[in-house]
Ligand binder design. Sequence first.
Ligand code: BDR
Ligand code: CA
Length: 305
Amino acid sequence: MKKIILDTDPGIDDALAICYALNHPQIDVLALTTIYGNVATELATQNALRLCELNQRPVPVAQGALTPLKIDSNPVADFVHGLNGFGEIELPTPSLQPVTTTAAETIVELLNKFPNKVTLVAVGPLTNLAIALELDPTIVNKVDSVVVMGGAFHCDGNVTQYAEANIWNDPHAAQQVLTADWPLTVHGLDVTYRITFDANYLEQLASQAPAVGGFLMDAAKFYSQFYKEHHNFDGCCPHDQLAISFLCNPEWYTLEHGTLDVITDGEAPGKTSIKATGHSNKAIATDVNSEALLTDYAAVLSQAI
Ligand code: BDR
Ligand code: CA
């Protein structure tokens, strides 16, 4: 089993990724840690708890930072994910409660409890990971690896010409996380735009798993409307899922190795870059086997309720 901590801002593509992780037979989700981005952090926490209840998988949920490290908060992405983060599809108020430790404390605690056994997956702004690094710098040697959804290396951003949303929302945290001396793979827009979940595919998920797949199909309608209006294509991009599919099937991905950097100030804040170097424990994904990913996602989801 692959032990993971999933740092997330649910969010519709976060929901797609969380439901897959919670139902994957080889992934052991030790905790969901929450962050602002698609919604405010408090709502991200409630949404993470809602998804645990929907999937009948009560994993610990730890609430994270409410604001970025240095910049003022950007507005939440309600025009992409809806005011409730789930495309206005309501799930019941959760009866589960978050744990009392913060996201960063939970990350530090679990990495120390299971040294070199835990993969840290981050699919939202990177504030919690940066705070965890500050709380306990030794975690760089205790994590198995770090997998991030964020950035736009050889392509345009989705918030500005240069910046992708997760990096844009806290460029200082991203700079610390992408340059820390730990093994890290980043899935930016270069690779995430290569996968589309279209209406037929989402219907298939719903027919296989009526409760979980049905919810995801309904929530993704709002998200797909955004893609129709802004990108003129049918369906939606499951950005965050690219980081999760990588965990058990890295062979589907093309990687480029090098040192990474993030611009924090000036004219292009949030711009990510990679420089080829002889030895690097960092990589970005540039391509993926789309057919294999889609087939596998549906197979895992068919095990959901
Ligand atoms: C990223 O930003 C969020 O809107 C998505 O959940 C994803 O993590 C894509 O840029
Ligand atoms: Ca996300």
